[in-house]
Design a protein around this ligand. Sequence first.
Ligand SMILES: Cc1ncc(COP(=O)(O)O)c(C=O)c1O
Length: 384
Amino acid sequence: MPSLDAFAQAKLDALEQAHLRRALTETLREDGIWVERGGRRLLSFSCNDYLNLTQHPAIKQAAIAAIERYGAGSGASRLVTGNHPLYAELEARLARLKQTESAVVFGSGYLANSGIIPVLIGRDGLVLVDELAHACIFAGAQLSRGKVLAFRHNDVGHVKDLLSAHRGAHDHALVVTDGVFSMDGDLAPLDVLLKVADEHDAWLMSDDAHGIGVIGGGRGSSFAGPAHVPVPLQMGTLSKAIGAYGGYLCASAPVIELMRNRARTLIYSTGLPPSAVAAAIAALDLIEREPAYAALPVEKAKLFTRRVGLPDAESPIVPIVLGEAEAALSASRFLADAGFLAAAIRPPTVPAGTARLRLTFTAQHPVDEIERLADLVRERILLQ
Ligand SMILES: Cc1ncc(COP(=O)(O)O)c(C=O)c1O
């Protein structure tokens, strides 16, 4: 066997042995909640389409109209000729929703985090990242070539200690956290993080991939508490509750202008297809008009956690931590036999020993099915 193939096969064998090998499973999403997989029709509790907007008729129609008018792709980077007329409207809408001066849209959330952090932090800088933050935040932090330190999950005292110990040796410092944690569903204490960051002249950045559209009346995690927290760098994605594709940063006018000039993932990557931008605009329209609809995913998640006897859900994401990868896989198979899609999440996506089912709740999940799922999880998975 050529050495390249032998290398790949040995890696795959090791993953297989540890129950960590993954497969791309063909999944046909029939509507907002039902999927067809391996010949079975399953009710999905694993999509991030929290508002079921990927299938909303008005949003699909907006995407179709954009293709008819502007074409299927954007044809070039935004800085060359890919900046079609829909971008300006989307960016204005995002800035309005997040109450910032300005906004810029990237090709995806991953591209946004990989591009934003190296613009702000260089070799002499410091980046503090919550240990459970999304992989693409760590990717962006590594690309900055500054000093990267992980702080204990949601531990503001640890952030304070790290800033006291290291801030003085660096020209700039950035503190980055998920606003809503993607695998745990809890919220970051943005108000106290902002206070501590400000005290040390560090800049706070939140990743609201799982907050926009569903938390704080749809405005996101910095609007979750009694008072709005003016996080200076609010990043997020258009691929989850918004139901389309793309990433964004909302911030002050000079910061956004700097991103347009310096963010490599914006400059050296093709602009989004017009259909994705049009769909996102239509989704923001709906969210602004219907905050009660935006509140439904968290209400449904709370219904589930109360019936199982877990602490109240804070977001549409509810983890059922089971430990080893095999336990999570077997629980997922059991629920599939009962008609539910509940994907097992294993390391390295989550820390070793914390493999889990990651359940996500959406606006349109029927209450009786949520109750049936809760009873199975309580009686057949957690009490086993
Ligand atoms: C917290 C978080 N940030 C960023 C991303 C990446 O966003 P995208 O899927 O748009 O690349 C995701 C999801 O994949 C996420 O969960």
